[in-house]
Design a protein around this ligand. Structure first.
Ligand code: CA
Length: 341
């Protein structure tokens, strides 16, 4: 491993064959523990040379399907059944995962707005730096598993960020097809570049993410999509051997590609009554929902309108909303053939 400067130490050997369970130790001096460490669980399963896959979840601590899928995978995966290496990080922002919160309770850090991070920064910035500078350079394929957390619910989809500069667009689309979620979102150029996937793109790694459920719950169908997809990806990369129904080509499903479009935002504070559900098709100027004023029942509700047409791919979870909260995201079908030539 290259001598990247980081204050985080690992008690697993990434380069040794076998199964290694341990912790990434992030020095954190706190009121509770003067010379303490934040211990972030990591599992490395390695068998000889071959591709490296990095699976991560708990980037946001209130997104549970990926965390559950990865602790199950970490327990189940054995070196004899793989070729190459699988690195599993089920609780990337560990303090956030333990608190069941999007952001870290110790520094308020949002890990997925913290890349490329800082080896001398806050704990969340140090984790971002370690993932980007130490873990990602080892990986041929990276998947960061998300959901809508406590405040959004997504119709489950895998996704890839395909910015203009992405050198692995074709491989990313092939990996999305292999993962085989019912939906796959293609994210084009976006202004936000502090995601884990932004660093993966810069490094030229095949990178996937995905939004699987949300609303502070564990979605059983979304968890099944994640677990099946992770297995499909390992087969796709040649890390495990697939047979029979494990083969993506043998499944009844075939992913449909979408692109995110308009979002609808709350224009007032109140109780949000959605008029549509996940997966519904809507048209421009269609009423999206109403905001009711429980402190003044005679005040007429505010009706929010969709600003475009498409499929509802995300809805706000809590009943209460404030001005500026995202209520809905829409998606539209997307042709990926340009990326597959
Ligand atoms: Ca997320």
């Amino acid at each position: 491993m290259t001598a990247t400067r980081t204050r985080i130490t690992s008690d697993v050997d990434f380069d040794k064959d076998g199964k290694h369970n341990g912790w990434l130790r992030l020095p954190y001096s706190s009121n509770r523990s003067a010379h303490g460490n934040v211990c972030i669980p990591v599992t490395v399963v390695r068998n000889g040379s071959g591709p490296t896959i990095l699976f991560a979840a708990g980037n946001h601590g209130d997104e549970y399907e990926g965390q559950i899928a990865l602790v199950k995978l970490a327990r189940a995966l054995e070196p004899r059944s793989i070729r190459g290496r699988v690195i599993i990080l089920p609780a990337s922002n560990f303090p956030a995962a333990m608190a069941g919160l999007r952001n870290s309770p110790i520094d308020s850090g949002n890990l997925n707005r913290s890349f490329p991070g800082d080896p001398d920064g806050t704990p969340t910035e140090m984790i971002a730096h370690y993932i980007g500078a130490v873990l990602l350079p080892m990986a041929d394929l990276f998947m960061d598993i998300h959901s809508g957390g406590n405040t959004l619910v997504f119709t489950p989809y895998a996704m890839a960020r395909l910015s203009k500069g992405n050198r692995r667009k074709r491989e990313c689309v092939a990996a999305l097809r292999a993962f085989d979620a019912p939906l796959s979102q293609i994210q084009g150029d976006v202004a936000e570049n502090r995601f884990a996937s932004s660093i993966a793109e810069t490094l030229g790694i095949i990178a996937l993410a995905g939004e699987f459920g949300g609303g502070g719950q564990v979605s059983v169908p979304a968890l099944q999509i994640v677990e099946r997809g992770l297995r499909n990806l390992m087969i796709h990369m040649g890390v495990i051997e697939g047979s029979g129904t494990d083969q993506p080509s043998a499944s009844a499903r075939q992913t449909r590609f979408i692109r995110a479009k308009e979002r609808t935002y709350a224009s007032d504070r109140g109780l949000f009554e959605p008029f549509v559900q996940l997966g519904d098709r809507v048209i421009r100027d269609q009423p999206a929902g109403a905001i009711h004023f429980i402190d003044n029942p005679m005040r007429p509700p505010v009706t929010e309108l969709f600003t475009g047409a498409g499929m509802v791919m995300c809805v706000r979870a809590p009943g209460q909303c404030e001005r500026g909260d995202a209520l809905f995201w829409l998606g539209e079908d997307c042709d990926v053939s340009e990326f597959e030539r």
